[in-house]
Design a protein around this ligand. Structure first.
Ligand code: TXA
Ligand code: MG
Length: 332
């Protein structure tokens, strides 16, 4: 049994937003909605609040945080943007894109894990934006899950994972994108790098920047640098149940399997379906699949299954991001 939750879930009324903004200014943490996944937010310029974020998540201090802003002027307060950053910000913000840029001095070492770059994003959720505006300060927010577990896409997911450690959760409904933001390293604007695939694809970035975007972190010169790059922790976003990845699934496989195996198709299969058959989207739509993936993994993780079989999606763009999360879920 998980420990009892003490968190209260707040609707996004003007009064609640004002109340929650006051708590953030006092250094408190809270679960906040975004279009990608829910975040665990704290004042990004308050080192003590940032240290508490790591404690609440059980996250190693070496894994830096994303700073969230609601207007472009705040970008210059915390980072040193280059023309490539402005181009992407203008085209994609508010939206599921995080930029890695050289940091300004006011950003505490807690946020950047001691490094000299900072991750910045303007989220496309009306309640998160209103909260940021009411606080008047940038907010650091990693995904609101215990370190290593599946990211939350509803307020209830946040309560399930962290409700015994936080007091406030702002409910903004189910996340519209459902996967964490695309992260692009723009420290060298001539050589942009995709550090984490997301709903904004490599092709989108290439089109906006007018140059190719390399995949994966720059080769690290030291151990410290390795830790600063995301996605190097291969096992991440993982359910506790064992997961096996398949290029394609068939109903025959599912029908002949033990009942304690769950089979997750991308698209709802046709015909009579055994009780251990699931899908990510009824029509196999990729946006739907992305939106439902994490809640499906959480549901099946509670279902007492011995093994979860996941089917990879076909195609590029959003498919790259979905397959990345499927691989991580399956990594041991
Ligand atoms: O969609 C999202 O990005 C969500 C919502 C809440 O905004 N946030 C999120 O945060 O996914 P988190 O902490 O779970 O993942 C952020 C990733 C981490 O892998 C971290 O290593 C990387 O961003 N990161 C943060 N700052 C960085 C930096 N300065 N350089 C390289 N990677 C960085
Ligand atoms: Mg995370």
């Amino acid at each position: 049994m998980p420990p009892a939750s003490r968190a209260k879930i707040y609707r996004g009324t003007t009064r609640n937003l004002r109340f929650l903004a006051g708590k953030l200014r006092q250094g408190e943490l809270m679960g906040v909605p975004s279009e990608t996944v829910y975040g665990l937010a704290g004042d990004a310029l308050n080192p003590r609040a940032c240290r508490r974020i790591f404690a609440v998540k059980g996250r190693p201090r070496t894994d830096p945080l994303i700073v969230h802003i609601h207007q472009l002027e705040q970008l210059e307060l915390i980072a040193r943007p280059n023309p490539a950053a402005y181009a992407l910000a203008k085209a994609c913000w508010p939206g599921p894109l995080t930029l890695i840029l050289p940091k300004q001095d006011c950003v505490p070492a807690e946020v950047t894990a001691g490094g000299d770059s900072v991750a910045v994003r303007m989220p496309a959720h009306p309640l998160f934006l209103r909260l940021l505006q009411a606080v008047g300060r940038p907010l650091a927010a990693p995904s609101a899950n215990p370190f290593g577990y599946v990211s939350p896409t509803t307020a209830e997911h946040v309560r399930d994972g962290l409700g015994h450690r936080i007091d406030y959760i702002l409910d903004g409904g189910p996340a519209k994108v459902g996967l964490e933001s695309t992260i692009v390293d723009l420290r060298d604007p001539a050589r942009p790098r995709l550090l984490r695939p997301g709903a904004i694809s490599r092709a989108d970035l290439r089109r906006i920047l007018g140059r190719p975007v390399a995949a994966g972190p720059r080769r690290a010169a030291s151990k410290q640098q390795v830790l600063l790059a995301p996605g190097l922790l291969r096992r991440h976003y993982s359910p506790r149940t064992r997961v096996r990845l398949h290029e394609q699934l068939t109903l025959a496989q599912a029908a002949s399997s033990k009942p304690d195996h769950a089979w997750v198709f991308v698209k709802k299969p046709e015909g009579r379906l055994p009780a251990n058959v699931f899908w990510l989207d009824a029509k196999g739509d990729l946006r739907g699949a992305a939106r439902h993936l994490f809640s499906r993994l959480r549901q099946l993780d509670r279902g007492g299954y011995a093994l979860i079989h996941l089917e990879q999606v076909a195609g590029a763009g959003l498919a790259e991001a979905i397959n990345d999360r499927l691989r991580r879920a399956a990594a041991r």
